[in-house]
Design a binder for this molecule. Structure first.
Ligand SMILES: Nc1nc2c(ncn2[C@@H]2O[C@H](COP(=O)(O)OP(=O)(O)OP(=O)(O)O)[C@@H](O)[C@H]2O)c(=O)[nH]1
Ligand SMILES: [Mg+2]
Length: 213
């Protein structure tokens, strides 16, 4: 296996650059999850318009990894427009809200979207957010685990408010993408990526690749 390197905007070489998308119903906490993970401030209440984007670098098992994390709006009116943002994603976080059973039922739809629009080898993870709100809970952890097993996904319950399992769920996803690469299966190559000009630091990543040779 050849590890292709990429130069991140801060001029550090990274082993891999992974595009990750966060999908799920309206108001389940996708943006909150992203902001909590990347350390950006979340300005509530603010529904995502179309898509938002953040980058984060991390090190796992001796490899430097750059994540491009795309936060996809959950509102129905954006659904057609945002589907193109799934392209090139090697990791997908499917989020529901444990206090909203409908958002749990709709995971079937989001998983189908993932299968339709992402690389067949893209890795997913199922996340039940707002787990600290026990009084309001409509979906038990066991139900989430059963669905995750059925879909063959790892499962975490999180709370963006209480900072529960946020880093853990991203680490798990990154590790499973890395394992996929180690196992020698092909993951769609990401070549030069032009990122939104929302900040100098996040503008371009050269020759990002998670390709196997
Ligand atoms: N109590 C509590 N509230 C949360 C939690 N996570 C998110 N919220 C709140 O839920 C609301 C919706 O969160 P967002 O992160 O904007 O949801 P979203 O999934 O990005 O919504 P769209 O962009 O419309 O698809 C906000 O008011 C958040 O503050 C949590 O863990 N606990
Ligand atoms: Mg949002």
């Amino acid at each position: 296996m050849a590890l292709s390197s990429a130069r991140s905007p801060s001029n550090d070489w990274v082993h891999h650059c992974f595009k990750i998308i966060i999908i799920g119903d309206y108001k389940v906490g996708k943006t909150s999850l992203l902001c909590r993970y990347t350390g950006h401030q979340y300005h509530a209440p603010s529904s995502t318009i179309s898509v938002d984007f953040r980058a984060k670098s991390l090190e796992r098992n001796g490899k430097r990894i750059k994540l491009q994390i795309w936060d996809i709006a959950g509102q129905e009116r954006f659904r057609t427009a945002v589907a193109s943002y799934y392209r090139g994603a090697v990791g997908v976080i499917l989020v529901y809200d444990v206090t909203n059973r409908e958002s749990f039922h709709n995971i079937g739809y989001w998983h189908e979207e993932m299968r339709k629009c992402c690389d067949p080898h893209a890795k997913g993870i199922l996340v039940g957010n707002r787990c600290h709100l026990s009084q309001l809970r409509e979906v038990q952890a066991e139900e989430g685990k059963t669905l995750a097993d059925h879909l063959q996904l790892p499962f975490f319950e999180t709370s963006t408010e209480k900072n529960i399992n946020i880093t853990e769920c991203f680490d798990e996803l990154v590790d499973s993408i890395n394992e996929q690469i180690e196992r020698g299966r092909q993951i769609r190559e990401l070549t030069t990526l032009v990122l939104p000009a929302s900040g100098q630091e996040e503008r371009t990543v050269e020759a990002c690749s998670c390709r196997l040779l």
